[in-house]
Design a binder for this molecule. Structure first.
Ligand code: SF4
Length: 402
């Protein structure tokens, strides 16, 4: 069992809405004819439609709109950067503040679960078989769309659980596992089969291509980028994904340092530093650009700041300092070209991005083989963008098999 580590932001998010508060918020909606909020969602979730249903107290209809459009509706409700998507587009912003679309979505997904609404059912079998490699967000979305349209879909996943980054790369405080598990349960209800602990390599891909009518490869980016500065080989230098996975699973050999430096300015860096802090470390962030340039969700940055974690901006790591094979500190160079920084550390976590694992590097596009998600773009993207990719891949596969 993973231990839930609560950040202040997560505690706030956990509170959620009750029915009265949800109705109050929905009643602020202007029911816009052109609904810019709906245009603002990459995955095609239709806030205008579900908020309209909610206003008329049609909770089931509202929840169904969300689930139909977004296979990972619960996860998106917790981790979507709403302020850059649907809420940014909301017309109500011009009057006072945007509708809290994310909180309404969270409320409705909770109702769906509590009321056992069970919207998902397998489609009428059409005799076609699809293999999806990887059980991350894009693959899950692709599989669900196909299964509910009658395709027999099997997902092959190297880990023991589905969810990819949702399960192994995001803190439970930001995205509780029960939320991920519920979304995956609805995907199962649509008829998707899973084979866990099943790593597919290039040889097996060849076999799957013969056995299945189409194969979707959405394996994400799981290889940490190489750290190339002097000292990278020292004990105490960690990569973010292994760090989070070990902390989240409470691995026996996982030990948080006393003085931890996290390098990076994305959400993963914020998750790593929050984890280290909450496990008792003196944790800091070192980031090579300004905070305004950081790719992290600003609510996450604010949560980190509220925890009293220092963020050293505009300093790039230059050398990892060590003694007897172990990390003792970090030397970083200022962006201005003349300042420098030396910080004490016994653990340095690099959250500087991931790349494709070797098995699928250079995978060519060919008939019957489709790719999507982060591996297609070569960088981590939001969950909702991965859902959009998976839905698009499902449409492409259906078109190909017509
Ligand atoms: S843009 Fe805002 S106010 Fe208009 S329909 Fe969407 S949520 Fe309602």
């Amino acid at each position: 069992m993973s231990k839930t580590i609560m950040t202040p932001y997560a505690q706030e998010a956990e509170k959620g809405y009750d029915f009265r508060r949800a109705m109050e918020e929905a009643s602020r909606c202007l029911l816009c004819y052109d609904a810019p909020c709906s245009e603002g969602c990459p995955a095609g979730t239709d806030p205008a439609k579900f908020i309209r249903s909610l206003r008329f107290k049609n909770v089931w209809g509202a929840a169904e709109t969300i689930r139909e459009n977004n296979p990972l509706a619960g996860c998106c409700a917790d981790v979507c950067p709403y302020d850059n998507m649907c809420e940014k587009a909301c017309s109500r912003s011009g009057i006072d503040r945007p509708i809290h679309i994310g909180k309404l979505q969270k409320f409705l997904v909770e109702q769906e679960k509590e009321e056992n609404m069970n919207f998902m059912k397998p489609g009428e079998p059409n005799g076609k078989r699809i293999a999806c490699i990887g059980a991350g967000p894009s693959s899950l979305a692709c599989a669900r769309e196909l299964a509910r349209n009658g395709y027999a879909v099997t997902i092959f996943e190297a880990n023991e659980k589905a969810g990819g980054m949702l399960t192994y790369g995001i803190l439970p405080s930001r995205l509780p596992q029960k939320v991920v598990d519920f979304d995956i349960e609805t995907i199962r209800q649509a008829g998707v089969q899973f084979e866990f602990n099943h790593k597919v390599d290039r040889d097996e891909l060849e076999r799957l291509k013969k056995e299945y009518d189409a194969v979707y490869v959405g394996v994400g980016l799981w290889k940490a980028k190489d750290v190339t500065i002097p000292g990278a080989e020292l004990s105490g230098v960690e990569n973010a994904l292994s760090y989070l996975k070990a902390a989240r699973n409470q691995d026996q050999d996982f030990k948080v340092g006393e003085n931890v430096i996290v390098i990076g300015g994305g959400d993963v860096a914020m998750d790593c530093v929050s984890t280290a802090k909450q496990l008792g470390a003196n944790a800091v962030i070192v980031y090579r650009r300004t905070i305004e340039e950081a790719p992290a969700n600003m609510e996450e940055v604010a949560a980190v700041q509220k925890m009293g974690i220092p963020i050293f901006t505009q300093f790039a790591p230059e050398e990892i300092l060590g003694e007897n094979g172990k990390v003792t500190g970090l030397k970083a160079a200022g962006r201005d070209g003349y300042s420098s920084l030396i910080l004490k550390a016994d653990q340095i976590v690099f959250a500087i991005g991931q790349e494709q694992t070797d098995e699928f590097a250079g995978l060519e596009k060919e008939a019957g083989v489709f790719t999507g998600g982060d591996m297609l773009y070569g960088r981590g993207r939001t969950v909702v963008e991965a859902v959009a990719d998976g839905k698009q891949a499902a449409a492409d596969i259906a078109e190909y098999l017509k």
